[in-house]
Design a protein around this ligand. Structure first.
Ligand code: 3PG
Ligand code: MG
Length: 218
């Protein structure tokens, strides 16, 4: 499949000094106390963020966490634990946590950097995108406001790329440049190979931690 790849934009200098918005899937499990019990998705998202930082971009990252009620902020829906773990993984100067910005959509109408202070070579985490009203139903006004935050929109959220939500779909329509992050690109490459030139004999395995919400199993 022919898609713009973020890795190419970084390699050819197109991301330098640009505001890059990465839609990641940082939807990790937590215990009752809010401790992350499994951080694979955060670790898997680090290469895209590091690539953007190394390319000299001003980096904004967001993700959903769970399925919160839109328009209602509850502490248990916060990405705060994710910000801490992501900071540990990124290391200096984020070892105490990546800055977490709340109410980031309200600021989207501003003309400058839309109220989100982030300089080239820095990263901030934008609070749980599913708290924003209109995210789930891909409200066009919301998608346009969020797209206005960036020069380059990167979808690196393969785990939720099947949903047509504001940060997974709408933004890609309205951002100046929309591209695939390394996780999404790897999946596109894999499915492309499997469809175009599968090695035979062929076995297809369908699986997932929540496959019961996708398929009826008798
Ligand atoms: C998942 O864990 O299935 C993905 O992060 C997507 O979350 P969702 O099923 O709530 O859209
Ligand atoms: Mg799911």
């Amino acid at each position: 499949m022919n898609v713009i790849r973020f890795s190419d934009l970084c390699a050819n200098g197109s991301a330098k000094g640009k505001r890059v918005f990465i839609r990641a899937d940082l939807n990790v499990p937590q215990d009752d106390a809010g401790n992350i019990t499994e951080d694979t998705r955060i670790r898997a998202s680090v290469p895209c963020i590091q690539m953007a930082l190394a390319a000299g971009a001003a980096v904004m990252v967001t993700s959903h966490l769970g399925r919160p009620t839109e328009g209602v902020f509850k502490p248990e829906d916060s990405l705060a634990p994710v910000a801490r773990r992501l900071g540990e993984l990124l290391g200096h100067p984020y070892q105490n946590g990546v800055p977490l910005i709340a109410n980031w959509v309200d600021s989207a109408g501003n003309a400058d950097v839309a109220g989100i202070t982030v300089a080239p070579g820095q990263v901030v985490l934008l609070e749980n995108c599913r708290i924003n009203k209109g995210e789930k139903k891909n409200n066009e006004d919301l998608a346009r406001k969020m797209a206005a935050l960036c020069d380059i929109y990167v979808n690196d959220a393969f785990g939720t790329a099947h949903r047509a939500e504001g940060t997974t779909y709408g933004m890609a329509q309205f951002a100046p440049i929309a591209c695939a992050g390394p996780l999404l690109a790897a999946e596109i490459d894999a499915i492309g190979k499997a469809l175009a030139a599968p090695k035979r004999p062929l076995v297809a395995i369908v699986a997932g931690s929540k496959v019961s919400t996708k398929l009826t199993i008798l």
